[in-house]
Ligand binder design. Structure first.
Ligand SMILES: [Fe+2]
Length: 306
């Protein structure tokens, strides 16, 4: 029979008693109980890292490559967030903060505003490396966090977090509850689409080449090459009006990707997003994916605005 300590000893996605316990206790922000990672967990990290490395060299943007270098990630072992933050914080003020699971959208965006990145600490199974509908520590730390070492990218993320704040303030000024919910559903959808087509799946120009800066691509062994090489993928210079009205599906490779020129360009798009929000242009974006759930709406409705 396994001891209770042994039973707890795994931080595998979907199969982690520690995470289940935290969720039951209503704890969203948690510690990273590093000793609970099993050898199989570390093996999953090792395999994921080893197979991404050549893809990064070929397809990732230069700021990401510099970021991987700056963070001194260990290819062999799952990183301690504490160590990651020791390298990350002095560069941009960002910190990776462990969470037990899904973070409602306002809370998530507000963390960005405060230079904190909600970070999943579980890892996918080592025999199922490819398909994962939810984030894990490889996606969050190897896919997202290296981007947070870049000053210009970090500023764009913070600016995006400020947009969520503006949205919550504007919603608070709407009197009818139904109108308020309609407004928020549209704005959250617009912001989620923007985030998806930039932070998760964005491409950028680098000289005459196209490189990947979106973390969904940077953590996907299969899709990163497909995003750059496959002839059937539509790749277009980003237009804000298109990105916020365009639905997306998460269960297959993306058929449509948008290109930015630089992270200053990305920052200016976030500025424009907020200006459009203030002008009412995000109040009725095209219906469709993604669905906006109750938790996301409530997070905006009950946002603490400082
Ligand atoms: Fe992500």
């Amino acid at each position: 029979m396994k001891s209770s300590a042994a039973l707890l000893a795994s931080l595998t996605t979907g199969d982690s008693p520690f995470i289940e316990q935290a969720k039951r206790a209503g704890q969203l922000f948690i510690e990273q109980p590093y000793e609970l990672y099993s050898e199989e967990n570390h093996q999953a990290w090792r395999k994921l890292y080893a197979r991404m490395l050549p893809c990064w060299d070929r397809y990732a943007n230069e700021h990401f490559l510099q970021g991987i270098h700056s963070l001194c990630l260990d290819p062999e072992r799952i990183p301690h967030l504490e160590d990651v933050n020791r390298f990350l914080s002095p560069l941009t003020g960002f910190q990776a903060q462990a969470v037990s699971g899904y973070v409602p959208s306002f809370v998530f965006f507000d963390c960005l505003r405060n230079r904190r990145f909600p970070t999943t600490i579980t890892i996918r199974r080592s025999d199922k490396l490819d398909y994962l509908p939810e984030p894990d520590i490889f996606h969050d730390v190897a896919g997202h966090v290296p981007m947070h070492t870049d000053k210009h990218f970090a500023e764009a993320l913070v600016r995006f977090g400020e947009c969520a704040h503006t949205a919550a303030e504007m919603a608070a000024g709407i009197r009818g509850p139904d109108t308020r919910v309609h407004y928020l559903t549209s704005v959250i959808r617009a912001m989620a689409r923007f985030f998806w087509f930039t932070i998760e799946f964005g491409l950028m120009r680098e000289g005459n080449d196209l490189k990947v800066y979106g973390s969904g691509l940077l953590s996907s062994h299969g899709e990163i090459a497909h995003a750059i090489e496959a002839p059937e993928v539509q790749r277009y210079p980003i237009q804000l009006e298109w990105a916020i009205n365009q639905g997306f599906e998460i269960n297959h490779y993306q058929p449509l990707l948008f290109i930015v020129d630089s992270f200053d360009h990305l920052f200016s798009l976030v500025d424009q997003l907020e200006a459009w929000m203030k002008a009412g242009k995000l109040s009725n974006v095209a219906p469709g994916e993604p669905e906006v759930n109750e938790g996301d709406l409530k997070s905006f409705l009950h946002a603490e605005l400082d």
